[in-house]
Design a protein. Sequence first.
Length: 202
Amino acid sequence: MYTITNVTIAAGVYTVNATYLGNENVSNITSENVEFTVNKIPTTTTVNILNNTAGNVTIEVTVTNATGEPVNMGEVVVTDASGTIVTGNVENGKAILVIPTENTDTLYVNVTYTENTHYYPSNATNSSLSEEDPYKNITQIDVTRIPTITGVEILNTTLSNVTIRVSVTNQTGESVEKGNVTILDTDGNVIGDLDELVLDNG
């Protein structure tokens, strides 16, 4: 008796037979046709928020099969009320996606592993909600402002011509290109009001 396992075959209905090729003493022979159905594999999708700062919202999507093994093919789609935001391919059960947003509002997105030739679709769900809750399949991301670092350099200390240079960078050291700067003394008094200033490359 021989057993063949094919884990790469796509779902569908198949008709097969087996042929013994024979040898010097036995003639070759072919079996009758056998029809069988290959079913798609159920999946589970989960989301881990890696970064929730504006401009760099990043999520890690994990897709596993019915036995908890990582899925190695397929696509993940992130959508909101206006439509598709971003897509990504699943490799070794993971997809890392950056969601483009400059706002600090709460994001409500649907993260879906799409159906294909081998696997059924699945949505990331909120386990704390009931199955009937309309937000069950919604992933909520509270987007926060980007931390900044402000530096000051004294350029001139001459009376009536005191000049300083202010630099502003984000948490990764990149220059902040716009925003407002207010200069205070140690008592908290405003000594330089630059509310209309547009920063030039930090």
